[in-house]
Design a protein around this ligand. Structure first.
Ligand code: AMP
Length: 111
């Protein structure tokens, strides 16, 4: 499959990994929009939030919280761009985790 995030999962292209388990992977965004900008993805390919089955989100929420713990942050913003008109550029479900431990995140912030 010609999906850049599937290639990251399969280690065909490198990523700056934060955390991984059997089902999910978290890595640094290559073009950060905040002091901390992590992408959190399921290893299995789903086009976006609306195309993914509901039953992955319980475990995905747990994983997201583990990522925050690993980064030692309590305050963060989660965003998922669902569809082209919402700004989605990579069609493999991902949550952006944005944080600024030294201050406040600006809103709105385009990612
Ligand atoms: P979206 O616009 O919501 O689809 O977000 C895609 C995100 O993927 C953008 O923030 C990009 O900077 C990021 N991105 C694209 N390629 C890579 C890569 N190889 N490694 C890490 N992040 C990437």
């Amino acid at each position: 499959m010609n999906c850049i995030f599937c290639k990251i999962v399969n280690q065909e292209i490198p990523s700056n990994k934060v955390l991984e388990n059997e089902d999910f992977l978290a890595f640094h965004d290559i073009n950060p929009s905040a002091p901390i900008h992590i992408l959190i993805i399921p290893k299995k390919h789903y086009e976006n939030f609306s195309q993914a089955p509901e039953d992955i989100f319980c475990k995905m929420s747990e994983f997201i919280k583990e990522v925050a713990k690993k980064l030692n942050i309590t305050d963060y913003r989660l965003i998922t761009n669902n569809g082209k008109k919402a700004g989605q550029e990579i069609f493999h479900l991902h949550f952006h985790m944005l944080a600024n431990p030294e201050g406040k995140l600006i809103w709105p912030k385009m990612v």
